[in-house]
Design a protein around this ligand. Structure first.
Ligand code: SAH
Ligand code: SF4
Length: 364
């Protein structure tokens, strides 16, 4: 397997500039790359030949290091209430124009049951920071979904207490997502009024210690962010042994302090995917909905830049339309995504393929 990988890399390497060749050689001996390499990859321009080659290498690493499948995960956005006030987010407590909703525990469990037939690889429960759901409510929701669907449950519910995350782990949640957003303290404190830079990082470490498959990530295109900052984010996630990485461009949201800032650069986001794949070869990395909101085609391009995950939205439509983290958030729909993955020459996971075959047989 490894020799096949190296043979394929060598075929590509013949055409590379010496700087890019050095990066690939460093990867071949160390199975990672370092900050100056990342900055170089981040700075590649859209039509540069070197960029195409780096994307090809990232795609080969995805193929040989992660098992050659695209995982489709389903997100249930179960509440858009949030007590926090992140400057970039439309769900912030101080946005009075959002129509708030909460799904009941039964509705959440039912939504997961209904998605069973898709053969999703994970059910992600996402919300604002909403304390109206008690730990016991969430424990019950997690264990019911586990019991009914046997699928891995992932939490993306923000900064609950350490002890809550311990309870959720016991209840069967195996994955947890908590983006550090940016590792540059100054930028972080500028956009988070509670300025609680350490807590997210400590919580991430705690989740890792509890045995969660732990996800972090950053936003690309925050005010005053440089390529060096993005490289620091990637190195931080490698050094913290993060297993899943969500990196999306900043998208302005109405009625937020960053409403008038411009969106993050989509092409730079693709570069960041490729750099991350070279830095952390085994990581699970979605091509994000935020990127798809800029251009759906670019979201699919993420697969060619090293991404191996996509999240589809299974929130009931009546609620989904109010989950406006940012403006014009697209719906990534299961069937369309499944078809597109195959059309582009990638393979959904064996579980998803099996369920889709069963579904075709039933409908015959
Ligand atoms: N409340 C939880 C989960 C929901 S928000 C939490 O904050 O962790 C999930 C992610 O949406 C955040 O981590 C943030 O990175 C992203 N997000 C919020 N607003 C955004 C915006 N305007 N543009 C891009 N990403 C945004
Ligand atoms: Fe709340 Fe998460 Fe939005 Fe921050 S990013 S305001 S915690 S939903």
């Amino acid at each position: 397997m490894k020799t096949k990988f190296i043979e394929e890399v060598e075929k590509i390497q013949k055409n590379l500039s010496s700087e890019i060749k050095n990066i690939i050689n460093y990867f071949l001996t160390h199975e990672t790359i370092e900050k100056p390499h990342i900055i170089k990859i981040l700075s590649l321009q859209k039509d540069e030949e070197d960029r195409n080659y780096i994307f090809k290498i990232a795609n080969l690493i995805r193929k040989y290091y992660t098992g050659d499948f695209i995982n489709i995960k389903g997100v249930i956005e179960f509440s858009n209430y949030c007590k926090k006030n992140c400057f970039y987010c439309g769900l912030r407590a101080k946005n009075p124009l959002i129509k708030r909703y909460r799904m009941s525990p039964d509705e959440i469990i039912q939504t997961a049951n209904e998605a069973f037939h898709y053969g999703l690889d994970t059910i992600i429960l996402q919300s604002g920071e909403d304390d109206l759901y008690t730990d016991e409510d969430l424990v019950n929701i997690i264990s019911e979904i586990r019991k009914n669907t046997r699928l891995p449950v992932s939490l993306s519910i923000g900064e609950r207490s350490f002890s809550s995350y311990r309870k959720f782990r016991k209840a069967g949640a195996v994955r947890a997502l908590l983006k550090h957003e940016t590792i540059n303290r100054k930028i972080f404190e500028n956009i988070h009024p509670d300025k609680n830079y350490e807590n997210r990082i400590e919580l991430l470490r705690y989740m890792n210690n509890l045995g969660y498959v732990t996800g972090s990530g950053n936003i690309i295109g925050l005010p005053n962010q440089t390529l060096e900052d993005i490289a620091d984010d990637i190195i931080f996630m490698r050094d913290e042994n993060i297993h899943m990485i969500g990196m999306g461009p900043f998208i302005p949201a109405k009625n937020t302090p960053l409403e008038h800032f411009s969106a993050g650069n989509a092409e730079l986001t693709l570069n960041a995917y490729a750099a991350t794949r070279l830095c952390i070869p085994r990581v699970q990395m979605p091509t994000t909905t935020a990127l798809g909101t800029i251009s759906q085609n670019l979201q699919y391009q993420g697969f060619f830049a090293g991404c191996n995950v996509i999240m589809v939205n299974i929130t009931p439509d009546k609620y989904r339309k109010n989950y406006n983290i940012y403006d014009n958030k697209i719906k990534v729909e299961f069937y369309q995504t499944y078809k597109k993955i195959i059309e582009l020459g990638f393979s959904p996971s064996p579980l998803t393929q099996k369920r889709m075959k069963e579904e075709i047989n039933v409908s015959k």
